[in-house]
Design a protein around this ligand. Structure first.
Ligand code: PRP
Length: 218
């Protein structure tokens, strides 16, 4: 039996995902050691292999077939635009992609004004402003702490993830518009979906059942 390889976005999402796999009886002893720097873990008996990658790289591994399956945020799936199948909404990691800024910037979004938009997600921001709002904007790519941009005058607004809203509140910013809801998703390589259909479908089935029992997932 060949391994089914699963790529996980490093961090909170990976922890929650391993918890879910544990619940359905798929565990990796090696993964339990928090001090370990190992990146790849196997369950020989069940034929699963997990590896940890940077979130934005997960769709890349899956598109090229280096991983059969990936667990990653919807934000990353939208931003990366890779060829893969999105098969399951895991229901956790819930947050929203939003246009945010000082309350005074709200009117700049009403009348097709040329504004600057700072974001870690240039493709999502472009799609929203160009295709949905038909507003011409200048997109400025940043790599983190996006909330700084309107405060220091780099941009009028930002497109960023809002979870609890604490970062916005503590920096005097508001949600001005919602782009889309987000959560963790399971994605599958297009060839693997055909070649390993039975095992992958069975896995989707057991995960769905576990999530439904917890009141998550769809
Ligand atoms: C994310 C996001 C917001 C914050 C939202 O940042 O970019 O800054 O979390 O969460 P909240 O609504 O609960 O405050 P992250 O912690 O990933 O850091 P980064 O912006 O530096 O990438």
């Amino acid at each position: 039996m060949r391994y089914l390889t699963i790529a996980l976005g490093k961090g909170r999402l990976a922890q929650r995902t391993m918890e879910l796999f544990r619940q359905v009886g798929i565990t990796c002893q090696e993964m339990e050691d928090p001090s370990s720097r190992k990146l790849i873990f196997t369950n020989e008996e069940l034929g699963f292999r997990f590896f940890l990658a940077k979130g934005p790289d997960v769709p890349t591994y899956v598109e090229y077939g280096a991983a059969d399956i990936g667990i990653v945020g919807k934000d990353t799936i939208l931003e990366e635009g890779r060829k893969l199948y999105e098969v399951l909404d895991l229901g956790y990691g819930k947050c929203r992609m939003c246009v945010c800024g000082p309350a005074s910037a709200a009117e700049l979004l009403q009348h097709n004004r040329l504004i600057r938009v700072a974001t870690k997600y240039p493709n999502i921001a472009k799609d929203y402003f160009y295709n949905k709002k038909h507003q011409t904007v200048e997109i400025i790519k940043l790599n983190g702490s996006i909330e700084l941009a309107p405060i220091v005058g780099l941009s009028e607004v930002i497109v960023d993830i809002v979870e609890t809203g604490t970062t916005l509140r503590e920096n005097g910013l508001d949600v001005l518009e919602e782009v889309c809801p987000l959560s963790a998703r399971m994605v599958v390589n297009q060839v693997s979906m055909r070649m390993e259909n039975e095992r992958i479908s069975r896995l989707i089935g057991v995960l769905k059942t576990a999530l439904t029992a917890e009141g998550e997932g769809s």
